[in-house]
Design a protein around this ligand. Structure first.
Ligand SMILES: Nc1ncnc2c1ncn2[C@@H]1O[C@H](COP(=O)(O)OP(=O)(O)O)[C@@H](O)[C@H]1O
Ligand SMILES: [Mg+2]
Length: 208
C-alpha cells in the first residue's frame, strides 16, 4: 500500500461541524499506525494547537508556516478555519491526497457543502478526492440516512463510517487528550469510528 506522504485536508465553510476534532483524531490514528505525522493548524484561532498543546499527542503540530516541511513527514493533516477563501480551498484541494468535508447530519448540511464542492470543481480538483464525513451522529431517527441520501444525490461521496455524537469530545479537548482516553465507553467507540473513517480515506487516497 503506497500511502507515503499521505495528506488529508479537513475543509468546510461552516464552523462547529467537527473539523478540528476530526483533524486531531485522524492525525493521532496516522501517528499510531507508525507514520511520522504533522498536523497543520490552519485556523488563526489556534484551537488545534491549544488542544494538542499539552504535548502528549503522538504527532507534531505547527502553523501554516509548517506547510513547507510537509514532505519531511510520512503523513500530514491540515485543519482549516471556517469560511476559508476560495483560493485557500483550491490550494488545499490541489496539494492534498484526500479532502475530508465534515458535516452534521441535518438538512442544511447539503447546501453548505455544495458551496465548497463548487469551489473545488472550479479549481479543477477531482471530486474523487473529496469525501463527506458525517459527525455528531446521534444514531437516532432518520436524520443521518436522510442527510446521506441527499448528499449522495448531490453527487458527493459520503464515508460509510460516521462519527457518533458523544460528550467525550468536549472532555477530550478540554483535557488536551484523545477521545478514547477520557474513560467513557462512548469515547472508545468514537475512536473506532475515526479509525474506520481513516481506513476509508486511505483506500480513497490510493485510488485518487
Ligand atoms: N462527534 C462529536 N460528538 C459530539 N460533540 C462533538 C463531536 N465532534 C466535535 N464535537 C464538539 O463540537 C464542537 C465543535 O467541534 P470542532 O471540532 O471544534 O468543530 P470545527 O473545527 O468545525 O469548528 C466542540 O465543542 C467539540 O468538542
Ligand atoms: Mg476548528
Amino acid at each position: 500500500m503506497n500511502t507515503d506522504n499521505f495528506r488529508i485536508a479537513v475543509v468546510g465553510r461552516k464552523g462547529g461541524v467537527g473539523k478540528t476534532s476530526s483533524a486531531i483524531h485522524l492525525a493521532a490514528l496516522l501517528a499510531y499506525s507508525g507514520k511520522r505525522t504533522l498536523l497543520i493548524d490552519g485556523d488563526d484561532r489556534g484551537y488545534a494547537t491549544t488542544w494538542a498543546g499539552a504535548g502528549s499527542m503522538p504527532f507534531t503540530v505547527d502553523g501554516v508556516g509548517g506547510l513547507m516541511a510537509v514532505s519531511q513527514y510520512d503523513a500530514a493533516v491540515i485543519d482549516s478555519q471556517a469560511d476559508p477563501s476560495e483560493s485557500e480551498i483550491s490550494t488545499l484541494g490541489r496539494h492534498s491526497t484526500v479532502l475530508v468535508l465534515p458535516a452534521i447530519p441535518e438538512a442544511q448540511a447539503v447546501s453548505g457543502l455544495m458551496q465548497t464542492i463548487g469551489v473545488l470543481d472550479s479549481a479543477g480538483v477531482p471530486r474523487s478526492k473529496a469525501a463527506v464525513l458525517l459527525t455528531m451522529d446521534t444514531r437516532q431517527g432518520s436524520a443521518t440516512a436522510e442527510a446521506r441520501e441527499a448528499l449522495e444525490g448531490a453527487g458527493l461521496h459520503v464515508l460509510k463510517s460516521s462519527i457518533r455524537d458523544t460528550v467525550a469530545f468536549r472532555h477530550a479537548s478540554s483535557g488536551g487528550t484523545l477521545v478514547h482516553k477520557v474513560g467513557s465507553g462512548p469515547g472508545k467507540m468514537a475512536w473506532l469510528d475515526y479509525e474506520n473513517a481513516l481506513n476509508e480515506l486511505l483506500t480513497l487516497g490510493e485510488r485518487a
